[in-house]
Ligand binder design. Structure first.
Ligand code: GUN
Ligand code: ZN
Length: 369
């Protein structure tokens, strides 16, 4: 296999694990947060800046790149790595989420999903075979199986039918693969139903995927329900493959996900809120536009080692937002991503040195949602 998960340390009291993920573009540390670069760019940042802050694997979206500029064009450019000049890892989502979350017209059939482009309304089709081919053209280190992300809430019968179709689609994705130099993860669905999650986990884990994702979470359900679903899903997953919780990215959920045995996460949260003026800090969030920072000449966070905190003050950043200067977006995006990447590095170190429980207690003592 081209993607290999190596378990390095396990916390004695929780499901938390530290590991290494070997990929065609390098070996990366887990637990890991993957910045989102939907349209072949992590918004506002250059690849050099991402490398500087310690980003390892970034995410791309098949849905968006398939519609524009087209996955064939990106293949011609040397794949997504060559096209955007990113030398480390890339994971691509299959489109199985965006087809459902973007736009309003779609028809789900056994063969795949018919939908209208968010760009021009044109008729489009994605299926296990089309999504697998598109991701092979993109050349991502890790492709995702084409699935259906079940909305919340969903009734039992719908969730069951959909989950079973996701398994059939997963089998078709495996069959459609032609590249042995790239990996693919399967996706567990099952809605919020315990027996369906178990069934899905066992079925997806039985297929020759390089890792297992847990999908259909962070779709509007309360955090407690998400944590519960994780608790009854991860026991059915193999210990020797990476587990990826899709679309989760606030510090509290990352920590609680790791506690329950998750290794990988992605979310637009840190980059999206940065563009709204929100900085992520150990005590929660700061609205950089707030008047109280007008003459505050300290950095966003005193201890933070990011480029932004080492060079700029809250007062300056507030001014940039007020004046609608583009540098505001860049500086807070840099801080937020650095914050989350550092958070994962610290968490990993605590798992390895046996202090994860203390790390978790300290986090909750100062964090306000
Ligand atoms: N991103 C967040 N949740 C999901 C999911 O359930 N499926 C896919 N493909 N992507 C996601
Ligand atoms: Zn910072």
């Amino acid at each position: 296999m081209v993607i290999n998960y190596e378990l390095i340390a396990q916390d004695s009291k929780t499901g938390a694990r530290a590991g290494l993920l070997h990929t065609p573009h390098g070996t990366f540390t887990t637990p890991m947060f993957m910045p989102v670069g939907t349209r072949a760019t992590v918004k506002t940042l250059s690849p050099d800046e991402l490398t500087m802050m310690g980003a390892q694997i970034i995410l791309g979206n098949t849905y968006h790149l398939f519609l524009r500029p087209g996955t064939e064009l990106i293949k011609e450019a040397g794949g997504l790595h060559g096209f955007m000049n990113w030398k480390k890892g890339i994971l691509t989502d299959s489109g199985g989420f965006q087809v459902f979350s973007l736009g309003n017209t779609r028809t789900i059939k056994e063969e795949g999903v018919y939908f209208r482009s968010i760009l021009d309304g044109s008729k489009q089709f994605l299926s296990p075979e089309v999504a697998t081919k598109a991701q092979e053209d993109l050349g991502s280190d890790i492709a995702m199986a084409f699935d259906e992300c079940i909305p919340y809430p969903a009734d039992y019968n719908y969730a069951k039918k959909s989950t079973e179709r996701t398994t059939r689609w997963a089998e078709r994705c495996i069959k459609a693969r032609t590249r042995s130099d790239r990996g693919m993860f399967g996706i567990v669905q099952g809605g919020m139903y315990k027996d369906l999650r178990k069934q899905s986990a066992l079925e997806i884990a039985s297929l020759p995927f390089d890792g297992i994702a847990i999908g259909g979470l962070s779709v509007g359900e309360p955090h407690d329900i998400m944590y519960e679903v994780l608790e009854y899903t991860t026991p059915y997953l193999p210990v020797n493959k990476a587990r990826y919780l899709m679309g989760v990215g606030t510090p509290d959920c990352l920590l609680e996900g790791v506690t329950r045995g998750i290794d990988m996460f992605d979310c637009v949260f840190p980059t999206r809120v940065a563009r709204n003026g929100m900085a992520m800090v150990h005590t929660g969030r700061m609205n950089m536009k707030n008047k109280k920072y007008e003459k505050d000449f300290s950095p966003i966070e005193e201890e933070c080692q990011c480029y932004t905190c080492k060079n700029f003050t809250r007062a300056y950043i507030r001014h940039l937002y007020k004046a609608e200067e583009l540098l505001a977006f860049r500086l807070v995006t840099i801080h937020n991503l650095f914050f989350l990447l550092q958070f994962m590095r610290d968490m990993r170190a605590s798992i390895i040195n046996g202090s994860f429980t203390v790390f978790r207690e300290n986090f909750w003592a100062e964090y306000a949602k």
